[in-house]
Design a binder for this molecule. Sequence first.
Ligand code: BGC
Length: 447
Amino acid sequence: MAIIQFPRDMKWGTATASYQIEGAYKEGGRGASIWDTFSKTPGKVVNGDNGDVACDSYHRYKEDIQIMKDLGISMYRFSIAWPRIFPNGTGEVNQEGLDFYHRFVDELLANGIEPLCTLYHWDLPQALQDQGGWNERATIDAFEVYAKTMFNEFKGKIKHWITFNEPWCVSFLSNYIGAHAPGNQDLQLAVNVAHHLHVAHGVAVKCFRTLGIEGQIGYAPNVEWNEPFSQRQADIEACTRANAWFIEWFFDPVFKGSYPEFMLSWFEKKGISIPIEEGDLETIHQPIDFLGINYYTGSVSRYKENEGLFDHERVDQGYQKTDIGWNVYPEGFYKVLTYITENYGQIPIYITENGSCYNDEPVNGRVSDHGRLEYLKQHLVALNRSMENGVNIKGYLTWSLLDNFEWAEGYSMRFGIVHVNYRTLERTKKDSFYWYKQTIENNWFEV
Ligand code: BGC
């Protein structure tokens, strides 16, 4: 038996995102987002699901906040739906949208829960996509206006801001692999989008500083960990590239003001260039206050000629898999956090997402999600170990509070510590909820 103890000032929380939980897609003056369009395009989302209703949190937020209160969290990460604030992406601000988030944030604060707000968790206004979306610099300007509006409106209430959630997904997954909205399959386009997201991030951070907003700002890239299958140089290099696609590509511009050379030349060989304009790298290279890290999985990987973008393939080592098919790989969590700290310094880190998909259903009112509970435990052990090794962790927010609209998987994949019945919208706390509640209360657990 060992006690896994966390520091007294550790923040515990949960995370969600607007399109995945809110529903009310036509209410309160909300405009359409790219996810409305994508989810209604046949064949894009499992079972043709969409976020029209989702968890109906737009109406049930008070109930959800009571669930959070019962859980005992001190921080809640949510995202603002840009099309609720600017239904057309730019132009006139929609007061009803602002009012909704004021009611919501006030309710959080009244219940002693700190809001951690993500400005962009993927629901780009469709009107902006119609003009080219993140491929166009005009979208950076629109984002600046949106960010500024939110900073001014919520200053004093929201003290933790995240510009972008998972820029890798917004760029490569959505515009090269094509699995997410807007569903393009064009590598040059994806690289353009990634660069424009970087610039938009920098512009928003600059704006936050210029306005002198009280609080902290960061961003939340998603990372994976690829461990070399052997000590062969080719395997090591393949893993270095695979990791850098998530880490260096999205960290170096922000922390170092440059793109990693070895990745630039790899892309160059494929005829890809980065649309860098004068001043971009200085704009991107703004000091941030904290880093949000989203980690789910990793794997053992090796070199394979012409496999994927980076001559790299995963090797199945027989690790347990969650119901969405991802390896349970807590060692990767420890390694990636240690790697980030070694390469970018001891920046304060919030784990802004970590969680697992298990599709357990209620039986006599109880959801025995043993798999999720074990995943949580193992990842918190790894996190704790990383902290002992100098990783500057400030908080841990599990994904997700509720089962919700899991993007291209629709409602078929459940990540919540609270079960949602999508017919009745009833919420049922799972076993993992009760374990997490106890851990938060104690600030330690036993293994
Ligand atoms: C995203 C979440 C998503 C989760 C599980 C992350 O990629 O930020 O919105 O639900 O992982 O796939």
